[in-house]
Design a binder for this molecule. Structure first.
Ligand code: ADP
Length: 360
């Protein structure tokens, strides 16, 4: 097993258009790291640079402390699982699982033992003689995982491994992946566009945008202390609300006479100036905090809760996740409260840095 280090790695497919623009990351041995971000942000390219399927334009990749920047993929001792699983269609499950070991001239009894152990771990016993076409999507996904596990590599690289599964199966497979990782503790880099998948699986979550790391850290830290407005808006459902205004003396002032005290000013943040208030729909409720009047535009009933969209001042729209409001209808005027201990303050702009708020 091994750590993975990216040292100022960059990749341009065309001159002057970096897909990955100087990424540095330290993924410790045994860590489950998830790269997450919108389509085109450079996640897959980053993974392919670790795998050696793409050549770095600049920087270094280290696996288990060894510089592998110029080492071909087959010699990097990593195993990749792709979105489409890439199983050999003419081979049985058993042959698919054994293939890499055979190629490496592993002794037959060892192959049988390792394949048997992985088949049992993943519940593939009954399926060993089937061809991939006779398997369900979830079963194929398991064979693809099994094929990676059986090689006992230094690291697993997963590229959107759950995106071909239906919603329910995706959630149950997420749980399986997690418990598998608890047992194997193999360093893993997992790429997804799905922030919920990232939050649920990752011990380390790396939020990417425009070929750069916007924030890397444990999922709760990324959720509770987003480093900038991009991360704040990307992580969490429904997305965080943002309101443009002005901050001075630890108070945010916004449209409609809104005044919200801001705790924990970030080191080095200016005390006064244009600023953006951020708060999650879950930070709104019935009691405590700052009073707001919400002119209701639409209500989405979710069972236990209702997502209420509306305006707190002309042209200033927000979403509130409130306890279920079966009788609430568009046009109503609703008194709600904003929990001021759960607000965030950012500098203006789509990637404005965190200025304060939230937990210390
Ligand atoms: P993601 O996985 O986050 O969706 P990618 O790493 O696939 O993003 O792509 C990052 C950027 O690089 C995109 O702008 C994409 O169009 C570009 N790109 C990816 N692969 C290639 C390629 N083989 N040739 C040229 N451009 C590419």
């Amino acid at each position: 097993m091994g750590s993975i280090t990216l040292d100022n790695v960059s990749k341009s497919y065309a001159p002057g258009q970096p897909a990955v623009a100087g990424i540095s990351l330290d993924i410790p041995t045994g860590c489950y790291c998830v790269l997450v971000g919108p389509s085109g942000c450079g996640k897959s390219t980053t993974l392919r640079l670790v795998a050696g399927l793409e050549e770095c334009t600049g920087g270094r990749v280290l696996i288990a402390g060894q510089d592998v920047t110029r080492v071909p993929p087959k010699d990097r001792d990593i195993a990749m699982v792709f979105q489409n699983y890439a199983l050999y269609p003419h081979m049985s499950v058993r042959q698919n699982l054994s293939f890499a070991l055979k190629m490496r001239k592993t002794p037959r009894p060892d192959i049988a033992r390792r394949v048997g152990a992985v088949a049992e771990m993943l519940g593939l016993g009954e399926l060993m003689d089937r061809k991939p076409r006779a398997l369900s999507g979830g079963q194929r996904q398991r064979v693809a995982l099994g094929r990676a596990i059986v090689r006992e590599p230094k690291a697993f690289l997963f590229d959107e491994p759950l995106s071909n599964l239906d919603a329910r199966l995706r959630v149950s497979t997420r749980v399986e992946l997690k418990s598998l990782h608890q047992r194997l503790r193999t360093t893993t880099v997992h790429v997804t566009h799905d922030q919920e998948e990232a939050m649920s699986l990752g011990e380390m979550v790396v939020v990417m945008e425009a070929g750069q790391v916007q924030q890397a850290g444990p999922p709760l830290e990324v959720y509770q202390r987003p480093a900038n407005r991009f991360v704040a808006g990307f992580v969490g459902t429904p997305p965080m609300n943002f309101i443009d205004g002005h901050a001075s003396d630890g108070v945010f002032e916004g449209p409609g006479g809104l005044r919200v005290p801001i705790a924990h000013r970030s080191a080095g943040a200016p005390g006064t100036g244009a600023a953006v208030l951020g708060f999650r729909p879950q930070a709104l409720g019935d009691a405590g905090g700052v009073p707001l009047t919400l002119g209701v535009r639409s209500v989405e009933h979710l069972g236990e809760s209702s997502d209420v969209a509306g305006e707190i001042a002309p042209g200033v729209g927000i979403v509130a996740r409130l306890s279920a409001r079966p009788a609430l209808a568009p046009g109503a005027s609703l008194a709600i409260r904003l929990d001021a201990t759960r607000v965030h303050l950012f500098a203006p702009g789509p990637r404005g840095a965190r200025l304060g708020g939230g937990a210390p």
